[in-house]
Design a protein around this ligand. Structure first.
Ligand code: GLU
Length: 476
């Protein structure tokens, strides 16, 4: 491939798929069925703006695979939305769900607007209209297709989607399962907001805990003390940064955002940077760091660090800047931040890439927990919390009497505490990320020709999806 070839995001994803497919030994017909996007719905609808003028809005929903239903994936609000982008993102969702054993097919939605240009009233009108468009084509429902937040959307938009659906489908007892990432007060789940970032932390920590891999990179084992640069301080980037720093002992040395970037080789407190940005509207001029102006903000990717965490949009690392990346580990918190050509160059340079389809799957994992909560109509922990607490208190009492040492009230509280919803969500997420990482790494151990984590992740996903199709008896 020539260095100058421009590869689209969708082509990159197809290249990643094809690279992995050759290690599966599956027949081409089956691979083709797994590869293609099953359904693409493009819509145009009118919405009245703040000034009374009507604007025609372009939007999409793509369902990539129905090997399991419902299909699942976020809705993106961005000016860059186009059909190929939504197709690429829906495709990634299918593999992502398979990798973390979440029983959904992949989907994604996109609305071509810059959400920061519109008032909340107009955004609400757009969101409600988009929802009714999906409903009218049977493209949304708790057992059909379940959206969630993505770039440019959040809990507020999910509440509007739920409310619109409920208005029309009030008789559906499972209506709350139509969308995830809802506010906790609107049938959401504790821990969904931080889920993607927390999953990124668990994923990076697991990768750094493997002594052989760290030795190969000439690095010490463990996340503690490793220097991170985070590009993008949205929901995913900010939680990835704060949790990696506060719970994992990582040092954040650089961050990049729309307005520019900041860097300090000795690190800074990411919580303080977020507070500074909230107060001043910008990370620039943060005291104790050098500021990189808006026009050069992308150079932050090339600054010295151990782990680079792109956490914004796709295609930020390509053949153009891949040779300048200094980090030894690139951790894809965003979807598709590295093009297929960029990846080849990073791998040739001996770097470890922790791929998006694994690393940012924490969001959809906790979405799955939220959907299960909605279908069960009960919060996690409600049945067993007090029972567990009582049992543990009895056990602590027994130990106290047997050993003859008094256990302090604080120790008792810590040992005998029953699990709340947030504890169970975090525990389920941690278990999921650790298991998935080892499943992927085991593919590399079993198949010596698979030498990178993304190919291994795709091989694992393709094998799981193909066994679903095989058991349907469609393919010989
Ligand atoms: N938009 C998120 C993603 O790309 C979350 C999807 C979901 O929770 O369904 O994974």
């Amino acid at each position: 491939m020539s260095q100058q070839t421009v590869v689209s995001f969708y082509d990159s994803v197809t290249n990643f798929f094809n690279k992995a497919a050759q290690h599966t030994g599956l027949p081409e017909g089956l691979l083709e069925q797994i590869r293609v996007c099953n359904a693409v719905y493009r819509m145009l609808f009118p919405v009245k703006m703040q000034d009374g003028q009507v604007k025609v809005i372009e939007a999409y929903r793509v369902q990539h695979s129905h090997h399991r239903t419902p299909t699942k994936g976020g809705i993106r609000y961005s000016n860059h939305v186009n059909q190929e982008e939504v197709m690429a993102l829906a495709t990634l969702m299918t593999y992502k769900c398979a990798i973390v054993d979440v029983p959904f097919g992949g989907a994604k939605g996109g609305v071509k607007i810059n959400p920061w240009d519109y008032s909340p009233e107009v955004l609400e009108r757009i969101t409600r209209r988009y929802t009714t468009e999906l409903m009218s084509r049977n493209f949304i429902g708790p057992s059909i297709d379940v959206p969630a937040p993505d770039y440019g959307t959040g809990e507020r938009e999910m509440a509007w989607i739920y409310d619109t659906y409920r208005t029309f489908k009030g008789a559906d007892i499972d209506a709350a399962g139509v969308v995830t990432g809802k506010p906790v007060t609107q049938h959401g789940i504790n821990g969904r907001r931080e889920a993607t970032g927390r999953g990124v932390y668990y994923g990076i920590r697991e990768a750094c805990n493997i002594p052989e891999d760290m030795k190969r990179l000439n690095m010490t084992t463990g996340l503690k003390g490793k220097r991170l640069i985070i590009q993008g301080l949205g929901n995913v980037g900010s939680f990835s940064g704060t949790i990696s720093q506060d719970e994992g002992g990582a040092i954040i040395v650089g961050v990049g955002e729309m307005e520019g970037a900041i860097y300090n080789k000795d690190g800074f407190d990411i919580n303080d940077v977020l507070k500074f940005r909230k107060e001043t509207g910008s990370i620039l001029n943060y005291p104790g760091a050098i500021s990189i102006p808006k026009e050069q903000r992308e150079t932050i990717l090339e600054y010295d660090c151990d782990i680079l965490v792109p956490a914004a949009l796709e295609d930020v690392i390509s053949y153009k800047n891949a040779p300048n990346i200094k980090a030894k580990i690139v951790a894809e918190a965003a979807n598709g931040p590295i093009t297929s050509r960029g990846e080849e160059m990073l791998l040739e340079a001996g770097k470890i890439i922790i791929p998006d389809v694994f690393l940012n799957a924490g969001g959809v994992t906790v979405s799955y927990f939220e959907w299960l909560k909605n279908l069960s109509h009960m919060r996690f922990g409600r049945l067993e919390k007090r029972f567990d607490q009582q049992r543990l208190e009895n056990l602590v009492g027994l130990v106290e009497r047997t050993v003859g040492r008094e256990i302090s009230d604080e120790e008792k509280r810590m040992i005998a505490r029953g699990a709340d919803e947030i504890d169970l969500v975090r525990s389920g997420l941690e278990e999921t990320m650790i298991n998935a990482y080892h499943q992927i790494r085991d593919v590399m151990v079993d198949k010596p020709k698979v030498t990178d984590l993304r190919t291994a992740a795709f091989v694992s996903a393709i094998n799981k999806i193909s066994s679903d199709y095989m058991s349907l008896g469609i393919f010989p």
